[in-house]
Ligand binder design. Sequence first.
Ligand SMILES: Nc1ncnc2c1ncn2[C@@H]1O[C@H](COP(=O)(O)OP(=O)(O)OP(=O)(O)O)[C@@H](O)[C@H]1O
Ligand SMILES: [Mg+2]
Length: 435
Amino acid sequence: MQAIQIIQEEHSKLWRVAITVNIVADELDAGSPVPTPFFNAVFDYIEGFVDQAHHPKEDDFLFRLVRLRTDRAESLLAQLEENHQQGPDTLQALRSSLARASQGDCSAFTQAVRVYTQALKDHIRLEERELLPLAREVLLPEDWLEIDRAFLDNKDPLFGEQASEQYRELYHRIVALAPESVGLGAQSAGQLKPGVPSKSDVLLAIKGMDSHYGRIQALKGITLEVRRGETVALVGANGAGKTTFLRTLSGVQPMSAGRIYFDGTDISKLRSDLRMRSGICQSPEGRQVFGPLSIEDNLRLGAYTQPKTQVEGDMEKVFGMFPILKEKRKLPAGTLSGGQQQMLAIGRALMGRPKLLLLDEPSMGLAPLLVEEVFNVVKMLKSQGMTIILAEQNAFAALAIADRGYVLETGNITLTGTGKELISNEQVRAAYLGM
Ligand SMILES: Nc1ncnc2c1ncn2[C@@H]1O[C@H](COP(=O)(O)OP(=O)(O)OP(=O)(O)O)[C@@H](O)[C@H]1O
Ligand SMILES: [Mg+2]
């Protein structure tokens, strides 16, 4: 049933696009100029991906086989198929309406956009709530084999690896071209080459870490391990102690008991700047960029423990990852959008040449489209071989990309396992995923 997972992932992408498009429509109604390239990117994505790939796959495999196995689905399938068939015409009408909007007739366009996103959401909901459960019930194992084979065929011109690359690119353009309130704003984040294979030895070992705020004990004997090249998620509710843990690890919050071994050395007594020099670099909660300082100077601050000679070269590397920062390098960091500031905070941490990168809630307060973009950045760093601790309230997204995870509750680690195990753990699903 891997096809179901693929379909659901695609639905959640489309859902995020729909939410984003609605926010932009609100901004248009409030008088913002029409971001034509953004809407073109959205329409190109829907045309290339939804109308030409996603829908035909559903029609040809899922719907056909469900119809074969039951006659209970006829009216549901007929409705879904009709939606699919109308897709290209509706999109064409939207493109024409966009052309008129850029000449001044905006309200007709925003109205058409809202009708469209509503229909898209209704359609997704119908598939998720009715069709997929029915498919699970009536399809036979051999049906799933056939469907999965179709959805996972890497040589498939519509769904193969090369095609998915194109769709990713189309999706990425939406994020890049979206207005700054919801996306990155007119620049595309670069791609880094996949890198160094990781060795599996332990980079960080923490034993019995306690930390207090006055008489309040915020960490109660934390013991954990991070291996080289691993991405470890630290998930837990508001106030669980994630930030306290990261700050204690980087040495800015006092540790009242316990030991920290990093890269083979006991650093329990080491000052925070020396920990940073040894390769523990943190992107703090709430981003905390220095608003009045330029983007360049913010990045330089991240390298203050490093030799001067490498700084310019490293900054170019960060600019390669986040071209939007290069474009705005001379501007005060405070002028950046929330998503861009998060990129800057991560970039600043990278300037310290981390062996271990600590990310404290990088998705906090970001628009849905950008949450995904930030997690893509984390995935990219991971693919380069970076070792990462990712603290997140957004447990699902964090565990989905993590090798392993720890669940933190009021200063205690209550569960640990691989990302996959924790995502499917009933207790975690109930408490953190809201399911
Ligand atoms: N400066 C402080 N003074 C006193 N208590 C604090 C302070 N900072 C945090 N705490 C307390 O320590 C506990 C852990 O807080 P912490 O900020 O580490 O949690 P968190 O998991 O990062 O939460 P969030 O998801 O909201 O960021 C909480 O009970 C919190 O009230
Ligand atoms: Mg926190």
